[in-house]
Every structure is written in structure tokens, then in C-alpha cells.
Write a protein that binds this ligand. Sequence first.
Ligand SMILES: [Zn+2]
Length: 517
Amino acid sequence: MMVKQGLATETPLMNLLPTFHDIAIARSRAYPTARAAARLDALLVLTDAKSAALLRLLPEAERWQSLQQRTKADPFSLRSTALANARQTQAVLAFAGNDATQYQRLALAGRMLAEIAARRPAQIGVIVDADLSDAADWHEAILSAAYSHAFALPAFRRVSAPPWRLRRIQLYRAPSLELVRIRATARAGNLVRWLTTLPPNQLDARNYRRLLTTLARRHRLQLRWYSEPQLQRLGAGAFLAVARGNGARDAGIAHLVYRGRRAGRQPDVALVGKGIVFDTGGINLKPHRGMLDMHTDMAGSAVALACTLALAELRAPLRVDAWLAITENNIGPTAYRPQEVVRAVNGTTIQVIHSDAEGRMVLADTLALAARTRPALLMDFATLTGACVYALTERYSGLFTRHAALQAAAQEAGARSGERVWPFPLDEDFDSDIESRVADIRQCALESKGDHILATRFLSRFVPDALPWIHLDLSAATRAGGLAHVNTEATGFGARLTLELLLSGAWRAALRKGRRA
Ligand SMILES: [Zn+2]
């Protein structure tokens, strides 16, 4: 049965990819004069809650000082007014806290941007008190918030307001900043948010593949698409079980290859992502509320993709592979059922228990295929379990690894990037909960307790013990009201942490440390 999903096949590809309007970032050595400030639509100032020294140096100093006096200068609070110039420049004064985390900085930066967003400023100025020891981190937070707020997510209204065009950000007396990296990281997060937001009839498997073809060409990446017949020949029965219920034969595993300045077959890093473009739950159908947002179940694949593109954009000296498992999890006469036994690509047989535990099925084959290339580090991203959300809420994502030094490095990268992750245990004895009498392993337990841990124990059967591996259960991929500096439901979570971990080289240091231990 071929189900033609009309709109999707007719969608011109341009609508499936975001337009990134670049924001010019300029620097001044001195604080702005009143005339310079009058050219700005908004001026964002961040200073220490206890010190007013900076405010005396600003244009219309009395106004800033009275703003501070009016405000209970609590850390992480802000207040705004307008300057007296003809443009009525919006003036936002925010207060830093001692020992702020990057999450706290991003959250306050997000509120500063939200304060000015309604007027859609084209030119904004940013002043961070140079006396703050973490002034560079504050700049990073404010710029990241600006990139995020000024980015327009997909909208399909017949009449819509023109998008906010933030054209220029003027930095005053800023320390040295990695502007190229900040921009690439923000773009990656925005691409994840964009793809995660696209409706499921737009970003279906067929269009996802078309989009990857375009992006691969644009970024000069190799793209190999493993179609269903090819996966059949390879014996990827776990992925194919999930894909079987689809109306069209468009599912597949995408393999993207980026080789920085270092040629060679063996990747430094393989990034694997769950790309369920819509999850009905399958035969064990989800109820209305649980199914509603299941077009976002491909967020993990978007993180793997966006990070690969960002590393390519930055010409990072790394060899990176991305593996995206792309399919729907559909209900229908051919859909896979509980108690089926299927064989994954590494020969492991799986007793199916619940059709809604499809993420671990598609990841099983994809992880096993990625592992064959023997990357130095294997990392996967998946909106995998509700249990992880119950454990952490949508503020954190779950971190799983068998490698102590990698766990520390990933947690640290999470803290530095503001994308917080928390580790869970992975002891072997959890395996007795997913022991099967008819197959090598059960897909999941009957009860959902600890399902985020059991799911990872399941996945570990498809990753060789010796291979350094990080699994992120993306409980923070979507959150009502946004997260940190991001003010939309799709948070883009994963891109900042991963780029921080990979670009800082902390992952390599962790692996060396692991070898010594
Ligand atoms: Zn599911």
C-alpha cells in the first residue's frame, strides 16, 4: 500500500531548510557616547550587583544609576527603561551573580533578549562589565541568546509578520571571544530547533533524505544512504522491524562523512542519532496527548547532523561520521508486533515486547553499523525514554557511559555549555530485567521503572565493550517555555554540549586518562 502524503512531496526544499541571516558583530574599544548610543535600538548592560562604577561611564549615566537604585539589585535580576534620545533606545540593566553557572548566564541572557524582542531591534549594543572575571562567558551567553531569539522557526501562516532582522551587535570593551565558534554553535542549535519543529508531513523520511543530500553537497560531505533493501541484505532486522509499518518505503540509515584536514577511514568520532520522524507508538498505539508532539522524536538525529555540519563549517581537524536512523514508527497491517523475534545486524536476536520502544530498535542496528568503523569515540543522541524525563524533568538530559573519565568530561562539557546532563548507573546486574527465554535479549521490561537505564543496557549489546561510548537520553530536547537562553519548545539541546566536548579536546584527554587508569 502506497500512501502518498501529498503536501510533503510537493514541498519545495527551500521551505525545509532555514535561512540563516547573519548578524554583524562589531567591537569598540571605548564605551558608547550619547551619540553612538542614539544609533542603537537597544543597549544591554550587565554588571555586578554590588558595583555601580561602570554605570557612571555610560551615556545618560544618571538614568542607568537610577535604574540600579530602583531595582533591587539581586543577582540575576534585570530592569529596563528607555534612553532620552530620539530613538528612545531601550536600556536593559542586568545583574550578574557570583560564581554563576553557564546555565544561569544563558537564562539571564535569554531574559535580556526577551525584554527587547517585542520591538525587533536591528542594532543592539552589549556592555559587560570588564571587571567581571567571567566577562567572556557572559558575552558568549548574550550572543548565543541573540542568535537564538532572532532565529525564525518554521511557520506556515498565509499572512505572517516579517521576521525579526537583527543586523548588528556592537560589543563595547569586550575581551577576546571565539566569535566564529559561537556563531557556528548557535547555528547548530538553531538547525536542531528548526528540524525538530517541522511538521511530520513536511519532514518525512523522504524529505529528510532530500534535505541531507542538499546539505551534504553544500558542506562537501560524503553521504551514503542505506535503503531498506540494502539494510535487508546487511541483516538490520531491528531497524527494519520498525520501518515495516510505514506506508512508503522511504526509511533508511544515513551515513555522513566529514574528514577535516586529517584524511583516513577510521573516524575520530561517530555521532549516531535517533530520527523517528513521527512516533505513533505503533501497534501499542500512544494515546492522544502522548502522541501529539511525536514529530519531535527525531531530535537526536538533528543533533548528530547539526554538530557534523558545524564541525565542517569550522573546519575542525577531526574525522567525523554521522549515522542517522530515519523512519516513522507507524501503525498498520504490516507493523511489527509484541512477541516477534528479530535479528539485529550484529546477530543479536531481540524479543519484541512493546512497539513503542522503537528508538532502541533502530539505534541497535545503527550503533552496530557505526561501531564497525571503529571510531575513537561513539556518541549517540535520542529522545529515548519517558523514564528519563520522570527522573530529570526536561531541564537536564541523561548521561550514560561505561567510561569514568568520559563521564566526567561530558558532565563538565554540559556545565560549561549550559546544557546540563546527569549520569545514571549502568551496572551489569540490570540485565536480568531484560533477559529473554526465547531470544538473546528482551527489547524492554514490562514495567517502565528505570527504563532509561534498561534501554541503555539494551543498547550496550550493540556496542563492543572496548569502544568508548556516550549515550545521551535527550529528556531536555523539548520543554514548554523553552530552556536557558532558548525561548521555544524545541530547545536544540545537545549541540552546545557536544561541540564543547569535541572542540575543546576534552574527550581526547579523557580517553588518554582512561587508558592510563
Ligand atoms: Zn516510541
